[in-house]
Ligand binder design. Structure first.
Ligand SMILES: Nc1ncnc2c1ncn2[C@@H]1O[C@H](COP(=O)(O)OP(=O)(O)OP(=O)(O)O)[C@@H](O)[C@H]1O
Ligand SMILES: [Mg+2]
Length: 299
């Protein structure tokens, strides 16, 4: 696994060559803030956090899009109550254009759905990744915030997706297995000295207050061993209201607006805005493609 994570991986190198070969577009237009929601271990609650943050942002009047970057087992569409005909892999294979893939969900955010049970795209090439970077840039040009709901783990394409984001919200659980994998992800991002900042959410805590000490353990190891500083966004308690949801039920922040987990989501969002500034479109210093080039080059 470690070998795949090298910043100079073959895919990364080919990708950079392709991106460098494209004419540079002056970033004079307003562009969304791009936030990746990621984890090392699977099932920590990334899609739950991504979709509920997105709805919370929409309710604050922001134009928000979720891009489900899980090319094999995306489920953000189910959580946002839509069943789109086309998904990201159709876009990356050139079958459809962005207008056909981007759909409005009943809860407000726009969505580009991920794959469902499709393995063909699980490994994609530099050309497809350039298309993904371009697509993210296009989505960003028309929203205030773009949330990338990443696949679990550290595959080359997931790492490259994270490198296209300004910030990473890392979702872990308090268990040692999830924390170990979260550390692997931090270590991987730390290899890119100019990589995204990492902000931690501790989800599914069994005892209120368990999040902060969990963060401190991970932050301490990350700072000491890989020189990466993490910030803490907060915890979400484990609640059957979340795990026992029926298909078609609205996101928690809509169905249980005042429950403690919905309050936690709003507090995490407030913390994120303190950490990274307002989640509103602005004139970016660089767009998704330029960010990727700089990070892959290490400049
Ligand atoms: N705070 C919570 N309390 C109870 N259950 C939760 C909580 N957060 C998430 N879950 C449940 O955990 C399961 C995994 O959540 P989710 O799909 O959001 O994880 P994920 O990290 O996106 O998974 P994957 O790695 O497969 O993409 C779901 O059944 C979800 O309902
Ligand atoms: Mg998910």
């Amino acid at each position: 696994m470690e070998r795949q994570l090298e910043p100079a991986s073959n895919l990364g190198r080919r990708l950079m060559q392709r991106l460098l070969g494209r004419p540079t577009v002056a970033a004079a237009h307003r562009e969304a803030r791009v936030i990746a929601v990621a984890s090392g271990k699977g099932g920590t609650g990334k899609s739950f956090v991504s979709t509920n943050l997105a709805v919370a942002l929409h309710r604050m009047g922001r134009r928000v899009a979720v891009v489900d970057c899980d090319f094999g087992l995306g489920n953000a569409h189910l959580l946002l109550g839509v069943n789109p005909r086309h998904a990201l892999h159709h876009l990356l294979s050139g079958e459809v254009d962005l207008a056909q893939v981007l759909v409005r969900t009943p809860f407000g955010p726009d969505l580009v759905a991920g794959g469902s049970g499709i393995s063909g795209i699980a490994e994609f090439d530099a050309r497809q990744f350039v298309m993904l970077a371009r697509c993210l840039g296009e989505v960003a040009s028309d929203h205030d915030v773009v949330i990338l709901d990443c696949a679990a783990g550290l595959s080359t394409q997931t790492v490259l997706t994270m490198l296209g984001a300004e910030h990473v919200v890392l979702v872990t659980n308090p268990e040692i297995a999830a924390l170990t994998d979260a550390y692997a992800l931090v270590k991987c991002l730390a290899r890119h000295g100019n990589g995204p900042e990492v902000h931690l959410v501790v989800n599914r805590v069994m005892v209120p207050g368990q999040g902060r000490p969990t963060f401190e353990r991970l932050a301490d190891v990350s700072r000491r061993f890989v020189g990466k500083t993490l910030s803490y966004l907060g915890e979400v308690t484990d609640n059957p209201n979340v795990s026992h949801r029926r298909l078609g039920q609205p996101p928690l922040i809509v169905s249980h607006e005042e429950c403690s987990e919905s309050k936690s989501i709003r507090s995490i969002l407030a913390g994120l805005e303190v950490a990274v500034g307002p989640l509103l479109a602005g004139i970016p210093s660089e767009g998704v493609e330029q960010r990727l080039v700089h990070r892959l080059r290490g400049t």
